[in-house]
Design a protein around this ligand. Structure first.
Ligand SMILES: Cc1ncc(COP(=O)(O)O)c(C=O)c1O
Length: 374
């Protein structure tokens, strides 16, 4: 397969999703529509489902639907649990908090293990919570917490849930591909991913991996669901269909993007993003920024969050980058919004793209400093 080309877009997205969509993938999105109730679509859907299994690293089940990541988080709760069930939510940032809100909205009893932003969860806390609450039905965690740039270690959680009835539910939306992820080996029961992240696609599709244990738990779950009822997806998948009209062209483009990713190997993709993350970190530090996640082992390759430079307001810097250089980088989340920058590392970048970004940041910072000193 030929190398994907860097988009000729005038816009330079360095956000942690959506990211620049390479030209070849945009071409796939723009292909002639095919109808979704045809043998041609059935072949496509089954083919894509098999490729997604390789990306999640599972031999079990993969489903997909048309929606955004947050909907995927909701689906990963409503399909398995029942009203009043007790779950542990590892709340390490904005998206951990979103899981908590979803659990509360559906009447689960969520134990909120909340951490200071920039910290990953602590395994001892989970063990303690489990010892105090033997009736816990599931552990819910965000693999890569995009709001803070923290990577939560999923593997030891699987060790806790593996030979029990508890489920391990993982938001891998921004973590998959870009960071190591092994669904079967780590004993995960449901993982959610989204097209606009490591898949290099536009937003609109979400993908799920499910274990045998998760499939069994669906049978007893009594939370309300219709659009996201996984049983309907399993039934339709047998016929090579979704239960609704899917975003057909995103499914077509997923087929193509998976070939690209699997051609590079998922390990190769992860290593590339790690190399770039380290490069971004060192280049940003040379400009005077301070890394937000202090513990190197806890840094996700998805995004590099930094504290702003004294006297250079982060939002003004972002505004100038956008207006004068067509470059988008993200700001902080929530209470940290004005104090931080988050440079996304989820697109198809090479070192030269980072050099381009850093050179423009340097120009803008120098201009802002000169303005200050006038
Ligand atoms: C880790 C994580 N979870 C959930 C979401 C929510 O996804 P969406 O905005 O597609 O609903 C995001 C989006 O940035 C994310 O990064």
């Amino acid at each position: 397969m030929s190398e994907l080309t860097i988009p000729k877009s005038e816009k330079h997205l360095f956000a942690p999703g959506p990211t620049n969509v390479p030209e070849d993938i945009r071409r796939e999105v723009a292909r002639d529509l095919i109808h979704h109730v045809t043998p041609e679509y059935a072949e496509l859907l089954w083919r894509v489902t098999d490729k997604l299994k390789k990306i999640f690293k599972t031999e079990k089940y993969v489903l997909s639907t048309t929606a955004t990541g947050s909907a995927g988080m909701e689906a990963s709760v409503v399909n398995f649990f029942s009203k009043g069930d007790k779950v542990i939510v590892l709340n390490t940032g904005n998206f951990g908090n979103r899981y908590l809100e979803i659990c509360n909205a559906y009447g689960l009893k969520a134990i909120d293990l909340k951490y200071e932003w920039g910290q990953a969860y602590n395994l001892e806390d989970v063990k303690k919570a489990l010892a105090e609450n033997p009736d816990v039905k599931g552990i819910i965690v965000n693999h890569s917490e995009t709001s803070t740039g923290v990577l939560n270690d999923v593997r030891p959680l699987g060790e806790l849930t593996k030979n029990t009835d508890m489920l391990l539910i993982v938001d891998a939306i921004s973590g998959l591909i870009v960071n190591e992820f092994k669904f079967d080996e780590w004993g995960i029961d449901c993982a959610v991913a989204a097209s606009q992240k490591g898949f290099l696609l536009p937003p609109g599709l979400i993908y799920f991996a499910l274990s045998e244990k998760a499939k069994k738990a669906m049978e007893t779950s009594d939370l309300p669901k219709f659009y996201f009822d996984f049983q309907r997806y399993f039934d339709f998948l047998e016929q090579g269909r979704h239960p609704q009209t899917p975003a057909v062209n995103l499914v077509v483009a997923t087929d193509y993007a998976c070939d690209y990713l699997l051609g590079k190997t998922i390990e190769g993709m992860t290593a590339h993003h790690k190399m770039l993350r380290e490069y971004i970190e060192s280049e940003l530090m040379k400009l005077g920024f301070r890394l937000f996640v202090e513990d190197e082992d806890k840094r996700s390759n998805t995004v590099v969050p930094v504290w702003g430079i004294e006297g250079i307001p982060c939002n003004d810097l972002r505004k100038k980058l956008s207006e004068e250089h067509n470059i988008t980088i993200a700001g902080g989340y929530g209470h940290l919004q004005p104090h931080m920058l988050r440079v996304g590392n989820i697109g198809k970048y090479e070192k030269s793209d980072i050099d381009f970004l850093i050179s423009k940041m340097k120009i803008v910072i120098d201009e802002m400093k000169a303005e200050m000193n006038k």
